[in-house]
Design a protein around this ligand. Structure first.
Ligand code: NAP
Ligand code: ZN
Ligand code: ZN
Length: 352
């Protein structure tokens, strides 16, 4: 039987999100049906609702930081059972056959992963619709291979944002081998940034936060940052030149990166995470003079997402959240536009 859900959807780029109802597909043999209890609010949701990338299909139900409890499993599902605490992140399917899929990096699937919302959906996850619909909703049906387990020690509300923010920062920290000898800078103390600080500190790195004001200084230090810089402070930026092995850049808007490149040590890398669509000038000299690199990173694979959840449980890392009712989503977006989030909004789906 299809599962009726209540949700919040955007009908157009210039309209507030509003209540919306649709049906999830009847769970198949390999599916897990999940009662969504909490859904994190990622800045990517806002980009997509506003059509910043120019490819949004409406109506769209955002949400790819999903935490909930299993309500039913298909006949082929052995790893999950009714009552399990589970999460779903940015992907609900991929081709399973291409090289990245076989290597467990489904986010780089060559024909393209099926994103949790807004993707063409051959499996018809949202009945009668052409695209997938996301987690600002009361339930979801997902292939078992794209469901992860939330460790018992993590509360479901503060764990929800790990499913995107948490894995998006964990993956580059691991890829670039962060450990006790590393000096890591994090630009932007928002949802992603605060996870990067906590995770890098837990890996033993010396962490510096670069922010646009001193409003978040005390929070950054509480999260494990040793140093805090305001990136418009030219003297402080000069003093920090050549200090960092890795810079995790989480800024959600076009910004000056040339100045920040100077902060990298020899062989240092700046990893771009923000979904900015306009170009940002970069100069060759500062790169070649210290063999610096600029890189990008996209969420993480399913295996790595489970590893990240287990790492966060082991190190007692959760997100700092503001729990809100789904009806408050438009105000949350307005605050997110002003970088006024401490440090992730999470929708309490029981209050829909
Ligand atoms: P967020 O919570 O809104 O945080 C973004 C932070 O960037 C803000 O808190 C602010 O930090 C800083 N910032 C914003 N506008 C700025 C500007 N004009 N100049 C300088 N700094 C600015 O957003 P988020 O959810 O962490 O997401 C960050 C970005 O990553 C978004 O673009 C999102 O779409 C993208 N994203 C990418 C992936 C991926 O796989 N690569 C995954 C998830 C999200 P301060 O207040 O400290 O200055
Ligand atoms: Zn996200
Ligand atoms: Zn693939």
């Amino acid at each position: 039987m299809p599962i009726p859900v209540r949700a919040y959807a955007a009908e157009a780029s210039d309209k507030p999100l509003a209540p919306y109802a649709f049906d999830r597909r009847d769970p198949g043999p390999g599916d897990v049906a999940i009662d969504i209890q909490y859904a994190g609010v990622c800045h990517s949701d806002l980009h997509i609702v506003q059509n910043d990338l120019g490819n949004t299909t409406y109506p769209i139900v955002p949400g790819h930081e999903i935490a909930g409890v299993v309500t039913a499993v298909g006949s082929d599902v052995e790893r999950f059972k009714v009552g399990d605490r589970v999460g779903v992140g940015c992907m609900v399917d991929s081709c399973r056959q291409c090289a990245p899929c076989r290597e467990g990096e489904e986010q780089f699937c060559v024909p393209g992963m099926t994103q949790t919302y807004g993707s063409p959906d051959p499996k018809g996850g949202a009945v009668g619709q052409t695209i997938t619909q996301g987690g600002y909703s009361t339930a979801i049906v997902v292939d078992q291979d794209f469901v992860v387990r939330i460790p018992d020690s993590l509360s479901l509300d503060a764990a929800a944002p790990l499913l995107c923010a948490g894995i998006t920062t964990y993956s580059p920290l691991r890829t670039w081998g962060v450990g006790p000898d590393s000096k890591v800078a994090v630009i932007g103390l928002g949802g992603l940034g605060h996870m990067a600080v906590k995770q890098a500190a837990a890996m033993g790195a010396e962490v510096t936060v670069l922010s646009t004001s001193d409003r978040k200084k005390a929070d950054a230090e509480r999260m494990g940052a040793k140093h805090f810089l305001i990136n418009s402070d030219k003297d402080a930026m000069k003093a920090a030149a050549e200090k960092f092995d890795l810079i995790i850049n989480t800024v959600s808007a076009t910004h000056e990166i040339a100045d920040h490149i100077q902060l990298l040590a020899k062989d240092g890398t700046m990893v771009m995470l923000g979904l900015t669509t306009e170009g940002m000038p970069v100069y060759a000299m500062p790169l070649l003079w210290r063999r610096r690199r600029i890189a990008g990173s996209l969420i993480g694979g399913i295996r790595e997402t489970q590893e990240m959840l287990d790492f966060c449980a082991e190190h007692d890392i959760a997100c700092d959240i503001e729990l809100i009712a789904p009806s408050e989503i438009n105000t949350a977006y307005e605050r997110m536009k002003k970088s006024d989030v401490r440090y992730r909004f999470v929708l309490d789906m029981a209050r829909i």
